[in-house]
Design a binder for this molecule. Structure first.
Ligand code: SF4
Length: 280
């Protein structure tokens, strides 16, 4: 019996999404972006508890094994897809499953597949390690400019103080290549963290680091009352950050689609009860 079995649950212009059934009956999801980049899950659920996210809405059940991480890649390849890149940005906090994810990165490198991850930043000592690790991209989810907002949108993640203190120390020590591959993410949720003062506070913290910023537009999920921002408001946020001197990229079409985006993937425990999902 394979470690994972795929069932297609969604297909749109740029993306294809599968339910990933694990041997013990637990389920997560993975998404293929633009036919060549696979976003895999690293845990069944998540302990970070971001209120906008479906993936972690019911907490953490268990980490995925290395075999289950590799299994997602192999199962999608077996369907005939040629993968250029893999990102550990689906259900789960990759740094909470450090050993398996680290080994998975080593595996991908031996297979000559570019591999990246998205993290909320904790545990902070692990983040320090990952900032200098060989990877094809590390995106650090910030989503706030004030500590109050950070505690609201990433409740079990490290504080902004802890994150930026680490970044101020480590970024100058990173190689040019590592810096080029490291980015901050700000997920804009309508009426929550899109206020000018919140963005100004984020820009103030981020500017000295000179790292690129991924400004994502939120895609709504059924278990959260967080709302998508209007296109006009999203563009206003973009202009505010670029005017503040940041190098900002907006969400791609693939991320804006129904099957893409942050916190939308689901996870189900091995028990029959429906459990949680997320988006990145
Ligand atoms: S957004 Fe990421 S870190 Fe936050 S709860 Fe969802 S899966 Fe976990």
């Amino acid at each position: 019996m394979p470690d994972v079995t795929l069932h297609e649950v969604g297909k749109s212009t740029f993306n294809q999404r599968w339910l990933v059934e694990l041997r013990d009956g637990a389920r997560v999801e993975c998404v293929l972006y633009r036919a060549d980049t696979l976003c895999v899950s690293s845990q069944v659920g998540c302990a970070v508890g971001c209120p906008f996210c479906a993936s972690g809405a019911h907490g953490l059940a268990r980490p995925l094994t290395l075999a289950e991480l590799i299994g997602q890649v192999e199962a999608v390849r077996a369907l005939g897809h040629t993968l250029q890149r893999v990102t550990v940005s689906g259900v789960g906090e990759p740094l909470h499953n450090h050993a398996a994810v680290w080994s998975f990165f080593e595996h991908c490198r031996t297979e000559r597949v570019g591999v990246s991850l998205t993290t909320s930043g904790g545990p902070i000592a692990r983040l320090a390690e990952w900032l200098h690790a060989p990877h094809n991209g590390l995106t650090l989810s910030i989503h706030a400019g004030s500590e109050a907002m950070r505690a609201r949108v990433v409740p079990k993640g490290p504080s902004l103080h802890a994150l930026f203190e680490l970044l101020e120390r480590e970024v100058p020590r990173m190689t040019r290549r590592r810096k080029k591959k490291t980015a901050l993410a700000y997920l804009v949720c309508g009426g929550i963290n899109d206020r000018p003062d919140e963005l100004a506070a984020f820009a103030e913290r981020a500017r000295p680091l000179a790292l690129p910023v991924h400004l994502y537009a939120y895609n709504e999920v059924s278990n959260s009352d967080y709302q998508r921002v209007s296109r006009a408001e999203y563009e206003r946020c973009y202009r505010q950050l670029t005017d503040a001197g940041l190098l900002v990229r907006m969400s791609s079409q693939a991320r804006l689609e129904e099957n893409g985006g942050c916190g939308r993937l689901l996870a189900t425990r091995s028990e029959p009860r429906l459990f949680a999902l997320r988006l990145t």
